[in-house]
Design a protein around this ligand. Structure first.
Ligand code: URA
Length: 197
């Protein structure tokens, strides 16, 4: 019992240290234009982790991940999977907003890489969902598009990763029911792995 609570405290301290490092980070030029860095939020012992691309306008202002339109859709997806936002952990590959929401550059991804790596090591999720191409290519290096990558698990340091379409892409292609159905099929595989079906 004592060991359990002391390791919980150690986890809390490591997490707080990491969040502080992210909030004060100046490892790439994005710190110059950000309002706030967005470390991530949710259950620090989550079984399920969602990883997006980078904060957008709303996220940069609030300091929280996925709180804009794409976030609303992600929240619906999480609920449909029988989870709440509090039960899962949500973060991004890049922790600061790229100007005008452009795609993060390779050097920005490389500068930010250790933060996501450390988050994964601390949380030790059972499954990771990679939202969109940037996140998918973080876990499955290369330039393969999301259409090809989605729909099956990849191994990342012993953790199964399911790439799927980014919620913002679903919003941009609202009439495309096929893509929505594909995301749901991908999430059902994730639920099955977590005994949620
Ligand atoms: N898109 C992302 O990839 N991440 C966010 O936090 C918000 C929108």
């Amino acid at each position: 019992m004592a060991g359990g609570s002391s390791s919980f405290l150690a986890l809390r301290n490591s997490f707080s240290d990491l969040e502080e490092k992210i909030k004060n980070c100046q490892r790439c030029a994005l710190y110059q234009s950000r309002h706030q860095a967005v470390p991530g939020e949710g259950n620090r012992q989550a079984e399920l982790m969602f990883v997006g691309e980078a904060p957008g306008r709303e996220e940069d202002l609030q300091g929280r991940p996925f709180v804009g339109k794409a976030g609303e859709l992600l929240t619906k997806i999480i609920k449909a999977m029988t989870f709440t936002r509090d039960e899962v952990y949500i973060t991004n590959v890049v922790k600061c907003r790229p100007p005008n929401n452009r795609t993060p550059q390779k050097k920005e991804i490389m500068a930010c890489y250790p933060y996501l790596q450390e988050q994964i090591e601390l949380i030790k999720p059972k499954v990771i969902v990679a939202l969109g191409k940037v996140a998918a290519n973080f876990f499955v290096p290369g330039e393969t598009g999301i259409m090809k990558l989605r729909g099956r698990f990849y191994d990342f340091q012993g953790i199964p990763v399911m790439p799927t379409f980014h919620p913002a892409f679903l919003i941009r292609n609202e009439r495309d029911r096929t893509r929505k159905r594909m995301v749901w099929e991908d999430m059902q595989q994730v639920m099955k792995l977590l005994d949620r079906q």
